[in-house]
Design a protein around this ligand. Sequence first.
Ligand code: FMN
Length: 409
Amino acid sequence: MQKETLPTIIQGGMGIGVSSVELARTISIHGYLGVVSGTAVATTLVRRLQVTKGRKKIVEAIKAFPFKTIANKVLETYKPTVKNLDRRLKFKPLEMPTLNQSEMLTELIVLANFVEVYLAKKGHQGIIGINLLEKIQLPTLASIYGAMLADVDYLLMGAGIPKYIPSVLNAFSKNQIASMPIKINGDHDAYMHTFDPKAFAKGEQLPKLRKPKFLAIIASTTLALHLYKNEETRPDGFIVEAPIAGGHNAPPRGKLTTNDYGEPIYGLKDEVDLERLSQLGLPFWLAGGYGHFEAYQHALSKGAVGIQVGTAFAFSKESGMKKSLKERIIESLKMGVAKVKTDLLASPTGFPFKVVELSGTTGEEKTYKARKRICDIGYLREPYRKENGDIGYRCPSEPKLLILKRVVN
Ligand SMILES: Cc1cc2nc3c(=O)[nH]c(=O)nc-3n(C[C@H](O)[C@H](O)[C@H](O)COP(=O)(O)O)c2cc1C
């Protein structure tokens, strides 16, 4: 990758919908890398189609989808039922991703990722990336293909070891079958998942696709070296995320110790060796507390091409976060009373997660405990092999007793 052409600021991907089309588009128009999130966008797409307000632009994007039969089928299936978004609204349910999910769900995942990237890129020449989590494996291939159909410029992936991504991008850029391993019962290579563009197109013409650049989000030198050593797993660059970063964080290395607030304590072992990373010759960006000018300059002095920023953008006007929440958090920051915690238990992913302790939200223990645990979207479900050999799914957000039962069985 040529250094001169690289963005100096990356607006980090923020699921689900925080890094909205509007946010990514705005950043991109200003000459930086705007990133939309591909996490669970099939769910948000079908919900948006059921609400009249804001539907028009989504329909327009769906009409630009290269496979017309699929586009028409989705528009026929998801008609608007209400004028405005309402919390009490009952949406048409969407099946959860599985190893043998319906054709319709795969089509929706491809289409939803296409729509996000298409809308973010529309009407300007800037660059757009898509963010996916390695940990959420079942929708990955369909998501990448959908984003590539909309000519995505970058793919950014963390929360795991995304070693198969370069070969997936290679295959899809030639419209060839791509495959990736799915983890079952802790075995990372237990099942080979495939996606065949030709079969997906069902006879419609396959468009020419461009290979996006792949940036691996890492929090350890070991992972960077591991991905780098083999040409087939080597990314085009790294985003180095420090534990102070908003959203999920990598757990600390070694034995877990916590402070008085129950937050994980990070040490020297958790610092990425930037000198060693520089020697690899790949571009890298620093993330986690880099959202101001001095930090940007510091990143450059360490050999980085630039920075990736999340939190500051999450509170911008264009982000998809609810306006009243943004305002309340900014107000509490101004008053100096905002509390942010690195919570070990809050996220169903099992990763440490930054939580703002805001009254009336699940960031506050009382509200969190009063909320009924339910598995209704299912993107974090992981396959496991039952005693009889069948595949079951463990959902980290379902009632704890059910999870235990599935672990025991
Ligand atoms: C609300 C929020 C959601 C996030 N969601 C994701 C995500 O889905 N995937 C991801 O790779 N990073 C996610 N991040 C991390 C950001 O992309 C970025 O790396 C990080 O926020 C940088 O640190 P900063 O918050 O100190 O600027 C999220 C961050 C925030 C604040």
